[in-house]
Design a protein around this ligand. Structure first.
Ligand code: NAD
Length: 278
């Protein structure tokens, strides 16, 4: 047997842990994209803290991956501060902050009837929650002097109007600006700040949004099929939650070490098309 062949097989069979001993806080980690990312991060050697408002679901995910759960409403700055403090008291450092919690808020889709209270509520989670996350994670990372990776879940709505509510669209567009601005400030500390922009991922949030459009009984499978047919350049290929968690893993790992101030679209190419070419 050729010695080099054996070596190649060994390399193929071993799955390198891309986040070995890194500590991550994931907001909105109880379900959907956040839960899938928590599992993938843990499989890759990270110690993960799930920060969410869904205590039962969040605790289950944390138990499954050997992580911790903390009740954290991202709209409350002190909750985020506690989640970051937990990472320091648990492992002594914070390496990855995934600001992923978000709500859709499809109600009130006309600017003529926009409800300012609902708008404020959405912004308090999608935008102010992200500001709280970046603020306290970066403070801990600067103190730790080892850099870090901050990732925010934006959306294709950050650059496309017309399919989500005004509130949601503006929250994600503002998140993009915030990300770039913070990346400029924090680069000197080797802290990278990036966004991921998914599109049409079958999750509880998107199912609920579709219900608001009157598609009451739609299932995850039907939703995925719909996206594959109507809202992806990759015909027949709808988005999966894992498509997004793999992007988060890349941005969290050292493999993306020279990437900052970037918005990574996980959208089947749809934002590059000038129409939904069917
Ligand atoms: P999801 O509903 O499955 O998950 C959202 C999570 O956020 C839940 O665990 C929920 O409890 C948590 N959350 C909500 N409000 C919170 C708060 N105040 N504090 C803490 N946690 C809170 O939906 P998802 O699709 O996995 O959404 C995750 C992120 O992805 C969101 O930011 C969403 O805007 C974004 N996104 C999703 C899609 C999609 O197609 N599903 C597309 C673009 C962007």
């Amino acid at each position: 047997m050729e010695p080099h062949v054996t070596q190649n097989l060994e390399t193929q069979n071993s799955s390198p842990k891309r986040l070995l001993d890194k500590v991550a806080v994931i907001t909105g980690g109880a379900r959907g994209i956040g839960a899938a990312t928590a599992k993938l991060f843990a499989e890759n050697g990270a110690h993960v803290i799930i920060a969410d408002v869904l205590d039962d679901e969040g605790t289950k995910v944390a138990e499954l991956i050997g992580g911790l759960y903390i009740h954290c409403d991202v709209s409350k700055e002190s909750d985020i501060e506690s989640a970051i403090n937990l990472s320091i008291s648990w492992k002594g450092h914070l390496d990855i902050m995934f600001n992923n919690a978000g709500i859709a808020g499809y109600e009130g889709r006309s600017i003529t009837t926009i409800d300012m209270e609902k708008l404020s509520h959405l912004l308090s989670i999608n935008l102010f929650g992200t500001i709280h996350g970046i603020k306290h994670a970066s403070k801990a990372m600067i103190k730790g002097k080892k850099g870090g990776s901050i990732i925010c879940t934006s959306s294709t709505a950050s650059i496309m109007g017309g399919y989500a509510s005004h509130a949601y669209t503006m929250s994600k567009a503002a998140m993009d600006g915030l990300m770039r601005s913070c990346a400029c400030e924090l680069g000197v500390h080797l802290i990278r700040v990036n966004c991921i922009s998914p599109h049409g991922v079958p999750s509880e949030m998107l199912l609920n949004a579709f219900k608001c459009f009157g598609k009451v009984d739609i299932t995850c499978e039907e939703l995925s099929e719909f996206i594959g047919k109507k809202a992806s350049l990759l015909k027949g290929r709808g988005a999966t939650i894992e498509d997004v968690s793999q992007a988060a893993l890349f941005l969290a790992s050292d493999e993306s070490g020279f990437i900052t101030a970037h918005n990574l679209f996980v959208d089947g190419g749809i934002t590059s098309a000038n129409s939904l070419n069917s």
